[in-house]
Design a protein around this ligand. Structure first.
Ligand code: ADP
Ligand code: MG
Length: 704
């Protein structure tokens, strides 16, 4: 009988799986035996050996054996039974909160027991709360487990015992049924070592590690079997992005040829010369959009590097060819700011701008929508309201997403799914717009390779001339009064300042409250100044009014929440105070700090912290004091906080990796990219199977 690939054999075929359980398993994404085999243990419990009590480390899960030396009922906050257990290396405390009279009587001095549990550091040294235990009999020694016990990802309604049983049944099938080796033998690659481990061997080892398997390697994911699977998983993720890119690039985009006259008239409006980095990126975009293959390009440029102008130059090229251009910003404030800039630049060129945000309602909205639909508006600016169903473009040729990082890297893909995708809006016309994505969060190169595998990257690696680097101070809250004095002096001298209030919880309400309290305090202490307040809970109209008042200089000191993080541009503001700065990530601090240092005066940023400060917090603030280079900061952020935070994927829970870890495995990423490219070209039949194996039924990318 020809054997069926295990990806085609359903979980119902296993012993003990009825219709009810099958439904629960499917909810977990476990449909086939292959799915079970790739449902990998999170960690392992070692019950194969006894640890001497004297050598038990806190937080470890261990088996210990010894004699109870004392056993007491203790009536504290809770009644508990406390036993001292001793072996020839030391003693430890066992605490039980629930116990029967019979249990209590048997756990008496002199009893020999074996326990399993997690060691904690307690008042009297190492303690075990409610360990599992069994009584021992000197004459009949009990045997220990002969293999490590896997612990699987928590699964609602399916017990560990059950999932262990199902995985071990699936594992047995591996002996005579096949699972495809989807990674072909490769030409020379830096990963030959990782890939020398066979797939079947790796799966067997990880579900059922034999005694003697290096637990320390397993615990940190560095066992060769794990590395083998991690490499494959990363290739699968990479392929899912490449596949997405392929699908988009099979569509036709309008050919937008270069129009020197139009570009020159824009340049004349600017009042400054472009930096050579800006020119380089503008040329890269121009080359892309001259072609009928849809552009998929990411522009990375540090805060203040002048991305808006780059977008405007691309827009002018598109509009000169009769296309419409959509520019999407993550917040109303930022969208408004773009609108102001583009109006200034485009009005003289006779380009009409349409403006759409969620807050624009009824008549005004209708007017904007019809200008977009009939094509009289060529430049369309807004928030993601732009990509809702009611918006029908007339001839969209270029879509620009600004400050991508606010959306989170993988929300970019989700955006497409939710129908906010300019591509899907347009596909009915049989043509796809070119796409330009701009981000101010520099992503370390290796990470960018995997997170942005579907995009070409450009970097604006130069700031406009004349910028003075921001001088950064790190000060304890104790110095708050001195700082307030400094704000007064600076504002009286004609400068402006930001006072940023932050909270650890992502709560608009609490953050707004904190900012309000601070604003009231500062108003009292600085009666000579005009103090404004801006936070996410204000109506968009009020926010814009306040930003305008700050821009015009009417407000001296602006108390703000992190809503001002991106895009806001007020060159006269040269002082920024950030409260609780020790709680923020480096990239966020960098973004905030980028709001100052935009004018010609020297600027200062004060990072306030409340002592005591953790070692990690201290390290972060030190980096902020030492450098203003966004790329260096991003590398450090990656080191200190991990890729989830850096890529903004932690909250959204996207880009869930089962076994790979972008940070731990970053040394593989360059080769992963090569391998993925190789598989895509030479083994196209394996691509969908690999994506399916690793991204499974929740696969988001390939559908986009
Ligand atoms: P970001 O890259 O952070 O989006 P912006 O596009 O907002 O930066 O530009 C920041 C400021 O620098 C704006 O006031 C912009 O007009 C100005 N600017 C951009 N390019 C140049 C340049 N080449 N020379 C001088 N100023 C520039
Ligand atoms: Mg910007």
């Amino acid at each position: 009988m020809a054997s069926l690939g295990l990806d085609r054999v359903g979980v119902e075929t296993l012993r003990g799986v009825g219709p009810q359980l099958a439904i629960k398993l499917k909810k977990l994404g476990l449909y086939s035996l292959q799915d079970l085999l790739f449902h990998l243990p999170l960690r392992y419990i070692d019950r194969t050996q006894i640890t001497p009590i004297g050598g038990v480390q806190p937080q470890s899960e261990v088996v210990i054996e010894g004699e109870i030396r004392a056993s007491d009922l203790v009536f504290g906050r809770r009644r508990s039974l406390v036993c001292r257990l001793q072996d020839n290396s030391g003693t430890t405390t066992l605490r039980f909160f629930h116990f029967s009279r019979a249990q209590q009587e048997r756990l008496k001095a002199g009893a020999l027991i074996r326990c399993f549990g997690e060691a904690r550091r307690g008042k009297s040294g190492i303690e075990f709360y409610h360990p599992e235990y069994q009584h021992l009999d000197k004459d009949h020694p009990k045997s220990l487990d002969d293999a490590l016990t896997p612990v699987y990802p928590a699964t609602e309604g399916v017990t560990q015992t059950r999932i262990r049983d199902l995985c071990s049944q699936a594992l047995k099938k591996l002996d005579n049924q096949s699972i495809d080796e989807l990674l072909p033998p490769l030409p020379e690659s830096g990963l030959s070592h990782q890939l020398s481990f066979s797939l079947v061997g790796a799966l067997k080892l990880l579900h059922n590690p034999p005694p003697g398997t290096a637990l320390n390697l397993l615990a940190c994911g560095e066992h060769p079997a794990q590395q083998r699977l991690a490499a494959e998983e990363l290739v699968a993720h990479n392929l899912s992005l490449l596949r997405l890119r392929q699908r988009i690039q099979q569509q036709q985009a309008p050919i937008l040829s270069e129009d020197k006259i139009a570009k020159n008239s824009l340049l004349k409006q600017l009042g400054f010369n472009l930096t050579s980095a800006q020119n380089k990126v503008i040329a890269e975009i121009s080359t892309d959009i001259k072609s009928a293959i849809p552009m998929l390009r990411l522009v990375q440029g540090d805060v203040g590097s002048g991305k808006t102008v780059v977008a405007a130059m691309a827009a002018v090229q598109a509009i000169a060819n009769g296309s419409q251009v959509a520019l999407m910003a993550p917040t109303e404030i930022l969208a408004e700011q773009h609108r102001i800039n583009f109006e200034k630049w485009f009005k003289p060129l006779g380009i009409r701008i349409a403006w759409l945000t969620g807050k624009i309602k009824s008549k005004a909205r209708e007017a904007q929508l019809s200008a977009i639909a009939n094509g009289s508006a060529k430049m369309i600016i807004g928030t993601h309201a732009l990509f809702q169903e009611t918006v029908v473009f007339n001839n969209l040729g270029l879509s620009i997403i600004d400050e991508q990082h606010r959306f989170g890297v993988h929300q970019r893909l989700a955006l497409r799914q939710k129908g906010f995708d300019p591509t899907s809006t347009l596909s009915e016309h049989g043509s796809a717009p070119h796409q330009l994505i701009m981000t101010a969060t520099p992503i370390p190169r290796t990470l960018a390779m995997s997170a942005y595998a579907d995009l070409d990257c450009s970097v604006i690696d130069e700031l406009p001339p004349g910028r003075k680097p921001v001088d950064t101070l790190v000060l304890s809250n104790i110095r708050r009064n001195d700082i307030i004095e400094r704000v007064r002096a600076s504002c009286i001298a004609g400068r402006q300042a930001y006072w940023v209030c932050t909270l650890i919880e992502e709560s608009d309400v609490l953050e707004a409250q904190a900012a309000e309290v601070t604003a009231n305090e500062l108003k009292l202490l600085l009666p000579q100044l005009s103090v404004g307040l801006i936070h996410g809970r204000l109506k968009p109209k009020n926010k814009l009014e306040i930003m305008e008042a700050f821009k015009s200089g009417e407000i001296n000191l602006l108390v703000a929440t992190t809503v001002i993080e991106v895009g806001v541009d007020v060159p006269n503001a040269s002082l920024m105070i950030i409260e609780n700065s020790e709680r923020l990530g480096l990239s966020q601090l960098h973004q905030l700090r980028g709001r100052i240092g935009r004018g010609s005066q020297a600027s200062h940023c004060v990072l306030l912290y409340s002592p005591p400060i953790s070692g990690n917090g201290n390290a972060r603030l030190k980096i902020m004091r030492e450098t203003t280079d966004g790329f260096k900061i991003a590398e450090k952020d990656l080191e200190l906080r991990g890729p989830g935070e850096v890529l903004g994927t932690r909250q959204t829970g996207e880009m869930q990796l089962h076994i790979a870890d972008l940070q731990r495995d970053s040394h593989m990423l360059a080769d992963i990219k090569i391998i993925a490219g190789y598989v895509l070209i030479n083994h196209p039949d394996n691509v969908d199977s690999l994506i399916h194996r690793w991204l499974g039924h929740s696969e988001k990318y390939a559908q986009a």
